[in-house]
Write a protein that binds this ligand. Structure first.
Ligand SMILES: O=C(O)c1cc(=O)[nH]c(=O)n1[C@@H]1O[C@H](COP(=O)(O)O)[C@@H](O)[C@H]1O
Length: 257
């Protein structure tokens, strides 16, 4: 008998970026959003202020117990520290992060194949040592805050779409699970990298929302329709008057996509 894959719920495709140095604010948001999003993303701003201990506090901030009285589940954690250094240093960083049991870890693809491979080997080794599931390991391609002009200025060969495809091919060859890309490259990446390569997409803005520093953007429904696996969304949820309601509205948009 073949087993049917459980479809992913629309809300589980949302990873909410808690970009704040304030551990109490992040904890409150994590609590408010428990069960309304697929996970939380803690990145450089939070980590540099609060370290691993702060991360532990925020991921435990789900409801105290489930309606049936089982122990509380931890929030799924995307630890977004975007490693980019020599392979030995990145492998060490990955090993140090693994006791936090993240679901997703990331590196910068421009760090190159040897660095990505070192990160993957370290994650595999450490997961086995700790007896936990290896996190999804993904690589950032071209930041969603950059456009073709920014690539030129940094001496990278554009247009952005070509550079994203180049870096994604490198990432896939190194054995990583997927990439962070903008919504504008989803369709091309799906065609090039196949259905199993994970596409994690920030730069998501519900219709009419402020862009902030994002340049390559789409609505949640559009990005899902293009083929995104997960959407990384910060300010449209965390800056809303009612973050839980904003997350629910975005989940409805994801469903439409
Ligand atoms: O790696 C990321 O998550 C990331 C990559 C990228 O290219 N662009 C990007 O915006 N991000 C992250 O996605 C989040 C987007 O937040 P908002 O612009 O507030 O929705 C931030 O936490 C960024 O650090």
């Amino acid at each position: 008998m073949t087993q049917m894959a459980t479809p992913i719920k629309p809300r589980d495709r949302i990873l909410v970026a808690l970009d704040t140095p304030d551990v109490d604010k992040a904890t409150a948001l994590s609590r408010q959003l428990a069960g309304k999003v697929g996970g939380i993303k803690l990145g450089l701003e939070f980590f540099n202020a609060n370290g691993p201990q702060g991360v532990r506090q925020v991921v435990r901030a789900g409801p105290e117990e489930t309606p049936r009285g089982e122990p509380a589940k931890q929030q799924r954690l995307f630890l977004d520290l975007k490693y980019h250094d020599i392979p030995n240093t990145v492998a060490g960083a990955v090993r140090s992060a693994m006791p936090l049991a993240p679901s997703i870890l990331n590196v910068h693809a421009v760090g190159g194949p040897a660095m990505m491979k070192a990160a993957l080997d370290a994650a595999n080794f450490e997961a086995e040592q700790l007896g936990i599931v290896r996190p999804m390991l993904i690589a950032v391609t071209v930041l969603t805050s950059m456009d073709d002009g920014d690539l030129d200025a940094t001496g990278q060969i554009g247009p952005a779409r070509d550079q994203v495809l180049r870096l994604a091919a490198l990432t896939q060859k190194a054995g990583l699970d997927g990439v962070v890309c903008s919504s504008h490259e989803i369709a091309a990446l799906r065609a090039e990298c196949g259905p199993d390569f994970k596409l994690i997409v920030p730069g998501i803005r519900p219709a009419g929302a402020a862009l902030g520093d994002q340049k390559r953007v789409m609505t949640p429904a559009q990005a899902i329709a293009e083929g995104a696996d997960f959407l990384v969304i910060g300010r449209p949820i965390t800056g809303a008057e009612d973050p839980a309601a904003a997350a629910e509205a975005i989940a409805a948009d994801v469903d439409a996509g």
